[in-house]
Design a protein around this ligand. Sequence first.
Ligand code: ZN
Length: 143
Amino acid sequence: MPILQLKRTFICQLPHGVDLLDELTAIVKREDIRMGRLSAIGATINATVAFYDQNTQTYNPLEFPGGMEILSLTGNISVRDGSPFVHAHIVLGDKEGKAFGGHLMKGTTVYALEVFIEEYEGDWLERKQDPLTGLYLWSGGKF
Ligand code: ZN
């Protein structure tokens, strides 16, 4: 089990109109963050999330057109195919306060976003496809 220490913390806002997942990925690649976590709040212009169907082992996209609150965005950063990779889940709220969410996909446009990104140093974890679940899970880090 890797032991990690906090190395750097970034706090930033993302620009209006950018793709949320693409922009987070660009930041972690630019800063070469190989192990980390992120959390954010804000709002979307439109959103695309996915539900992982365990029977078919496929991600089924869900679209949320129109403005939504980002009640919570949380995720981690590790390595996949040799590069920093963001895995994030998002909870969205509508005008009535109803919440929806899922696995963050490309196709989510930022209205405004305030994000903390924590980088850890130590042994980083790499994602490999897991034959049982079909998911790209950490190949180490098990108890
Ligand atoms: Zn996920």
